[in-house]
Design a protein around this ligand. Sequence first.
Ligand code: GAL
Length: 811
Amino acid sequence: MQKIIKYWYSLNFMLCISFHVFAQDKSRFSFNDNWLFYEYDSTKGLIDTLNFGSWKPVQLPHDWSIYHDFSNKYPTTPNQGALPGGIGWYAKEFLLPSTYRNKYVSIDFDGIYRNSEVWVNGHYLGKRPNGYISFSYAISPYLNWNGQKNKIVVKVDNCKQPESRWYSGAGIYRNVWITVHNAIQIAHWGTFIEPKVEQTTTGIKTTITTSTTIENKLHKEGKILVKNIVYTNNGKQVSSSQSNIKLEANKSTTTTTINLNNPVLWSPENPSLYTMKTYIYDTNGMVVDSCSVDFGVRNIHFDRESGFYLNYKSVKIKGVCLHHDAGALGAVVNVRAIERQLQILKEMGCNAIRTSHNAPAPELLDLCDKMGFLVMDEVFDMWAKKKNKFDYHLDFPKWHVQDLQDQIRRDRNHPSVFMWSIGNEIREQFDSSGIRLTKELVTLTKQLDSSRPITSALTEMDTTKNFIYQAKELDVLGWNYNEKMYPDFLKKYPGQKFIASETVSALESRGHYDKPSDTTIFWPANSKEKYILNGNKDYTVSAYDNVAAYWGSSHEETWKIIQKYPFLSGTFVWTGFDYLGEPTPYPFPARSSYFGIVDLAGFPKDVYYMYQSEWSDKTVLHLLPHWNWEVGQIIDVWAYYNNADEVELYLNGKSLGVRKKQGDDLHVSWKVPYESGILKVVSRHDGKVVLIKEIKTAGAPSKIQLFADRKTINPDGKDLSYVSVQVVDKDGNIVPNADNEISFSITGTGSIAGTDNGCQADTTGLKRPIRKAFNGKCLVIIQSNNKQGSIQLKATSPHLNSGTITINSKK
Ligand code: GAL
C-alpha cells in the first residue's frame, strides 16, 4: 500500500506540471492519464472499502471487454461480440493547481458504457445510464486544496445482459476532460451557430445567427460585452459582432447576427470550415470566458420529386451506416482509427455516414466536418419498447428528454450533421404511443435546432399500421430495406420526401467465393430460421455479392434502384465496415458481422470496387476471384470497371472475350475453365487501353510481407500505424487461401494495440500478438508511446521467412 501511495504522488506531480492553460481564462485539459481500473463481476462492496492495491493502471479511453477472448459463455451472447459485460471501477487521485481554487471546475465525459456513477471525494455526482451520451458534472464544491489530493471514482455497470444488439464495449471508452471556468461562463454546449444561406442576384449571402448562453454563478445582475469574431481556416478575420447585454442573475441567452458575403461553402468535396471565437468581457474590460467553435456554411434541401440538394446542387447521398467500434481496438475512441475508416470510405466515393444507432464520438463528427462527410446523426435504437430485456427501454422514460437534448446541443454546430434521426426501427411504429412519442421527440429536437430535417428509420411501409408515420411530424421518411417498393414511393406516399435510411444487408467474407455467382441466396432464408445451419463449415460467406439476409438484397440490386430515381435522395448501406457482434447468418464461433463493404481489419471486400466504380471519380478496374483453383473447375470471373467502354479477359495470353456492361449492369463476367497461370483483364475506351489488372496463380506460402499505412507516427501515446501482413509465395504473389499462424514481436517506442484478419469466426482475442492469416492476410495495429524513437515489428511463422518493418515515432 505504501508503494501505491508513493506511486500516486509521483503521478500527481506529473499531472500538476502537465496542466496548461489553453485559451484566455477558460481551460480544458485531457483527464485521461493515470487512472486505475478494477474489473469486478458482482455488486458487493462499497467504494470506501475498495482496496486500491489490486487495481491495474490504465490509460483512458479504455474498453475492458476487448481484452477478453471470445466465448459463447457470456450472457452478452455473440450478438454483442461474444465478449463480456460486467462491472468495472475506475479511480484516480489528482491535485489541481491552487489558482483554480476560486474557479468553477467541471469534469466532462464524452461517453461511458454504461450506467456510470461518479464520486469525487466521496460525494455522489450522479448516474448516467445511456452509454453513448456525453455529460458533465460540476465538481468545485467537493475539491480539496493546499496539496491535499482528490479522489475520483467511477463505477461502470454493464452487468445485466443482454442489453444491446451489437458490441457496445464497456468502460470509459471515450475521452475525459477537465474544464475550468470563471463565475461568469459560457454554458456547456452553450453556443449555437446557425448559418442561413441565400442565393441572391449578387452571389451567396449568409447570415449567421449565434446564440450564446451565459451562466452567472455570481447570482447578481450585471453587464457584459459579448464579442464574436469569425475567422477563415487560415486564421483570417472575416467578420465580427459585439453587443453589450444585461446579465441576469442566473442565466442569460444572447443572440446576435453576423453577415458573411460570398462565403466558401462547405461540401464533401470542399469541406471548408470557419471558426467563431466568442469572448465575454466584464465591465473592467477583462475577458472572463471565451470559446472557439468550428462551423461550416452550407444549404441543405430535400425535394420530394428530385431528391437532395446541397448548396443548390443536386447530390445523391452515397452513404453507409457505421457502428462505433474500431475493430481490434474495441469501442475505444482513437482519432487515427476513425480517420483511417473515413479515408477508406472516402476513397470508395462514400459521402455520408449514418451513426447507427446512437450518439457518435465527438471526434467522428470533427473528422466528418474536416474530411467532408454528411452525417445522419441518430439518437435511439429503441424508445420505451424493448429490443433486449435490459436495454435502454428501461431508462427511456426517465432519461430520453435529457439524452436527446444533450445530443442535439452537443452536435448542432457541425456542418457535417445534415439531419437528425430520432430512432431506428422503433417498436412504437406498431403501437399508438408512437404518435405521442414522435410528436414529443420532434418538438424537443426542433426547439433546439429547427434548421435540420428530422427522420426516423422505418420498416413498416403500410402507413395505416405505422404510428410513427401517422404522427405526420417527420420531414423526410426514412425507409429501411423493402427496396422493391421504392419506385412507387411518389404515388403511394403523397406529399412525402424520401431517404433510404438503411439498405442492403448483404453478407460477405473477404476473399471467399462460392459459385454460382449469379443467383442471390438468402441466409437465413426467412424469419423462422435464426441461423443458417447448412452453410460453410468454416463460417465463411461468398464475396461475389450473392448472399444477403432475407430482409435485405444484394449491393448491386439496391444501388440500381437508388441511382435510377431522382426522388430517391440516397442510401445508407448496412454497413461500411464489419463490426463486432451481430454475426448473421451464423451462430458462434461467428462473432462479428458479415455486412461490411470493408472487413473488420479494414481490408476492402470486392464489392468495395463496385461502389468505387459507381460512386467515385477514380478510374476503376477490379478483377475477382483469386486464381488458385482445381484444374477443370469452371470459375465465374467478374470485373468491376468504369471510364471504359469494354473489357477483355485473357488467360495465359489467350483472349476469353470482350465484355461490355449492358443497360444498368454493374459488372461483367465470364465462365472460365480453370488452368493455372495468369488471368489478365484490360479495360479500353475508344480502343485505347485505360487500365490492366492481373492475378497470378500463387505457389506455396513462402514468406511474410509487411506494409505500413504510415511509416512515421506521432510519439503521443495515441497514434497508430496499421501494418498489413501478407503471406506470399517465393515470387511475391499473395497466397489467397493461406492461413498460417503468425506471431508478432515488437521492440522500441511502441506497442501492439491489436491484431485482426477480418475472419468473422476467429476466436483468438483481438489484443493477442498472434493471428492466423485469413485468405492470405492479417493486420497488426501499432501504437506509439510517449517517446520519440523507432519501432521494430517482427512477424514470424514456422516454415515461412519472417518479415520485419520499422516505424518511426517522431514529431
Ligand atoms: C436492421 C437494423 C440494424 C441491423 C441490420 C442487420 O434491421 O436496423 O441495426 O440489425 O438490420 O441486417
